[in-house]
Ligand binder design. Sequence first.
Ligand code: AMP
Length: 545
Amino acid sequence: MSVNDASDVGDRMQHWAMTVDRFLVHAARWHGGRELVTRGADGAISRMTWQDVERRARQLSAALLAGGVGQGTRVATLSMNVSRHVEAWFGIMGMGAVCHTLNPRLFEEQLVYIVNHAGDRWLFADLQFAPIVARLRAQCPTLEQVVYLCDEAQRPGGEGIAFETLIAGQRTDVRWGQFDEHTAAALCYTSGTTGNPKGVLYSHRSQVLHTLIVSQYEVFALSARDTVMMIVPMFHANAWGLPFAAAAAGAKLVLPGPKLDPASLYELLEQEQVTFSGGVPTVWQLLLAHLKAQRLRLSSLKRVLIGGSACPEAVARSFRDDHGVEVLHGWGMTELSPIGTVSGRPNAAVAALDAEAQLAYTLKQGRVPFGVDMKISGESGERLPHDGAQQGLLKVAGPAVVARYFGEDRDVLDAEGYFDTGDIGTIDAQGYLHITDRSKDVIKSGGEWISSVEIENIAASHPKALMAAVIAVPHPKWRERPLLVVKLKPGQDATGDEFLAFLDGKIAKWWMPEQVVFVAEMPLGATGKLDKKRLRTQFPALPAS
Ligand code: AMP
């Protein structure tokens, strides 16, 4: 190539591989004194800085290299949000191994399946999970080494290695990221509500691009002044990308450990003057109920990211009206790294509407940021219009979206290169996605779709309701009809008719639930979402009233 040939840049721009270690190096170099605050299982608070994290993560990489871990080796973690887990992420990924986050709330058979399928060789675990670790060791032949995220004195008798012992005295000058940006960085399995869990293998490149995607103004927009409390667990879809995004921004990071009850979370939010936090709706519902009951105020929180399942109207209203907190409502999935769409920061047209109309948009799942594309399609694959009315299969494309599951030999993309999410929704003229159902949760009554999600959202905004779920039950004439299942707030009493009256006028007549049942407990899945599969087993038909 001649030096004047402009058809190819060649070496005229720097080759700067997009590897995730760069986030930590940036945070340590330019925001080195910003803290990571962890509350341990015993409630004690520990503090370190991004600089400490970099040093310790490099020591961990050195120890892993010495222990025979190499590029592509799968290293699993079974841990809550604590700073040693953050160090483990960077230490594992920085040297080219694959960090495989395991969800400790999964059933044992699923965990065994996942560890064996991934071929994990090392496992980093919180002490509290020692009983699970023992059972995994017995059933997972590839596991060679267990590291407990503790110091030597805390290590369970004779078991594994203590994290602090492993890194003590190790080199701090291990070189990171000396590999192609397409190298695998992390592995996460889907919740597996149908069939076996499937692994999504993220590359360094996809993780870096995802971080840039979520750093945009209309997504997380974290800044160096933010204090981020990461409630969403690091084993749930990369904690929505918050660890990388917080490091990239130079934010302070607050890690609540295993104590996720509302009183503990509130204490930490106030004590650390948190400005931004992210978690599933259940966490927020419980926190808001606690704030109301105890007449407490949030003095520093400015933005909450709510996702994983639809944000209930009551939650969005309470944050906005009672606490002056901006709600960001996100939709995503493990297969998307995971952020797909976000609402809350309106576009120009929506910003011109009144507050009530804007809230309606916040309750939708939102618009795609740059770096994600989406479409809704009909059953034969045709693109459906963005009229906010026609429901279709939601499909997405982007550099941080799965193309093929780990261990499989076929892509899961349609002819245009889009991934079918299994969600059903509409897209309106403003480009807002509204999820109306999961394709497997859909209620088809007399051949027409009923949106269980919409009924749930309205029912959950009833002042006496804590949670609401709608499932299909068989019906002789209509094939399926909706059943509304409600968990009331503590100390409340209600009748089914009260709920039906509340829904009346807010949904189409033929959407009205056949019946309302009250339950003491809602079955929750491993990521804290409502487990409709179990609810359907519990209510295979209309209960005798
Ligand atoms: P997971 O991969 O475990 O994060 O689950 C992804 C699924 O959660 C999506 O396909 C949706 O069905 C659901 N989900 C996530 N966020 C939302 C949201 N904001 N509203 C409705 N459903 C959601």
